[in-house]
Structures are given as structure tokens and as C-alpha cells.
Write a protein that binds this ligand. Structure first.
Ligand code: PEP
Ligand code: MG
Length: 292
């Protein structure tokens, strides 16, 4: 079985009727990239940048982040790398952020909400990203979006960052693909408006499931209710896919559901363009897609 899977390395991920799917890897640190490469990932569909924050005792500097992102891009040798901006909060806490204790952290101060509140902190990461983008094929993705205003504010901040880099004569990439995660029901429901403002969507099914079913993704007691195939979730994904395509944008799935082989056909029927899965699942998903 393993040998048969290994024979799929180097093969394109194409259905029997000729539709090519971009099959990427989710990574949580630089070490995972070698694993993604050895499993023949077409790119990195989700680079969880939080590890840089979780692994440090104080705010990582722009230079530290720049080196890390540059290394990731170079290791992927021109293949696309989608780096998600800081998704701290909820289940991922760091002491030096000095955050107030919250009753409901999953519904609280996290991810893009922190970035849009602490703009200097956000700008440090964006500067590092736009500088690193010179060294490969970078896309940037923003987590936990719920509104059009957030997207517009991100764009303003990005344009300030680019102007600042330009005036300081620091090399940076002017054109970087930028997308958002669809991981709240709100984002899926207004995906018609959001699709006009971004280059792509990537569905975070872990949080989308948590927020749609109102079930804490970490509460094992509720496992039997955590129905990943719930029609409500699939409807939200389909809605986002239709709205992305109606606006000429592409859509991927980077949550765990992306590697659920029982749903591969459903996702292809929806026209999903990219699946990003843990490196160990890539060849299994490729095999499934080639059968369809
Ligand atoms: C998700 O929510 O599905 C996702 C990919 O992000 P994370 O699991 O890091 O919250
Ligand atoms: Mg998430």
C-alpha cells in the first residue's frame, strides 16, 4: 500500500476526466516543509505562523520573522507558500501578549481581531512577509474574518506598510496574492461581498465547524455531536465556492475536512480548486482524486 502510494510522487493530481486539483500541505514549522516536499506537495496551502510566536519568549522581531519566511519560501523552491498571519488567541495563548482572561476565548480576542487592534504588531509581521516575498512565491492569508470592514482595514494597513518600505528603499514584493480564511459562518454568508475584495478563499473547516455547530472543537465530551459532515457546514462551503467562482477567484480547503476521503468527491463537485492537508495525507488524497 505504502509502495503504491509512493509511486504517486511526481504525478499530477488530476481526476480521470482531466480536472487538475492543487494539492498542498499544511505546515506548523519549518521542519514540516521537508516532510511536505518528500510527500510531493504542490505548495504550502497553510503555513501556521503562530509557531513563531508560541516558540518565543517575547514578540518575534521583524528580522526574525523575515528570516523564517524567507527560509520557508526558499525551501519550497518557487512553489506557492500561503502564510497565514498570526492566529494567536483561543486555544493558542502566549504570556507576553498579556491578554485578559476571557470567559469564551474562542469567541474572543484572537487572530485578526488582535492584529487590527494592535496595528504596530500586525505591521511588523506584514513588513517581514512583504520583504520575504521577494525570495519565492508567497501568498498571504488572514484568519477569522467576519466582515467586509475588516478586509478593507487590512488593505489600508497593507498599503501603509508598502509605502513605508518603498520610502525607506527596502526591497519588497509589490504584488502578493492575498486571501482570507472562511472559518466563520458570517464570512461564508457574506462571501459574495468578500469575494470581490480578495484574491482567494481558504476554508478553515475546523473553526467553521466549531462556530456553525456551536461546539467547542476541543471539548471531547461533545465528540458525538461534532458532525463534520453536517449539511449546514457543507452548504456554507458550497456557498463560498459559488461566490468565489462567480467573482473569478479560487477557493481551497485547509481545515482537516480537506483530507476526509469520504468528502473528496463532494468537494470536487463543488469545484474546489485546492486541498491543503497534512503532509502524510497528500498521496492518499491524490490517489482518491485520480480515481474520481
Ligand atoms: C481551521 O480552523 O480549519 C484552520 C485551518 O485553522 P486552525 O485549525 O489553525 O484554527
Ligand atoms: Mg482556524
Amino acid at each position: 500500500q505504502k509502495k503504491l502510494l509512493l509511486e504517486l510522487r511526481g504525478k499530477p493530481t488530476v481526476t480521470s476526466d482531466g480536472k487538475e486539483i492543487h494539492l498542498c500541505a499544511n505546515v506548523g514549522n519549518i521542519g514540516d516543509i521537508a516532510f511536505a516536499q518528500s510527500n510531493d506537495a504542490d505548495g504550502i496551502g497553510l503555513f501556521r505562523s503562530e509557531f513563531i510566536y508560541l516558540g518565543s519568549k517575547d514578540y518575534p522581531t521583524e528580522e526574525e520573522q523575515f528570516q523564517m519566511y524567507k527560509q520557508a519560501l526558499q525551501l519550497m523552491e518557487k512553489k506557492k507558500v500561503i502564510i497565514r498571519t498570526c492566529d494567536i488567541g483561543a486555544d493558542k495563548q502566549v504570556d507576553y501578549f498579556c491578554m485578559d482572561k476571557e470567559e469564551n476565548p474562542a469567541l474572543g480576542y484572537r487572530a485578526i481581531r488582535i492584529c487590527l487592534d494592535r496595528v504596530d504588531f500586525f505591521k511588523t509581521q506584514l513588513r517581514a512577509l512583504f520583504r520575504a516575498a521577494v525570495f519565492g512565491s508567497l501568498s498571504i492569508m488572514y484568519p477569522m474574518i467576519i466582515s467586509l470592514d475588516e478586509v478593507k482595514r487590512i488593505k489600508e494597513i497593507v498599503s501603509e506598510v508598502q509605502t513605508e518600505l518603498e520610502t525607506s528603499g527596502i526591497p519588497y514584493a509589490k504584488h502578493v496574492e492575498q486571501g482570507i480564511m472562511i472559518e466563520t459562518p458570517a464570512a461564508a454568508l457574506i462571501s459574495d461581498e468578500l469575494a470581490r475584495e480578495v484574491d482567494f478563499f481558504s476554508v478553515g473547516t475546523n473553526d467553521l465547524t466549531q462556530y456553525t455547530l456551536a461546539i467547542d472543537r476541543q471539548n471531547g465530551k461533545l465528540d458525538s455531536l461534532y458532525d463534520k459532515h453536517h449539511r449546514a457546514i457543507l452548504s456554507l462551503i458550497k456557498m463560498a465556492a459559488d461566490n468565489a467562482h462567480a467573482n473569478g477567484k479560487w477557493i481551497g480547503i485547509c481545515g482537516e475536512l480537506g483530507s476526509d476521503l469520504e468528502l473528496t468527491k463532494t468537494f470536487l463537485d463543488m469545484g474546489i480548486d485546492e486541498l491543503s492537508v497534512s503532509p502524510g495525507m497528500i498521496l492518499k488524497v491524490r490517489k482518491r482524486i485520480m480515481e474520481l
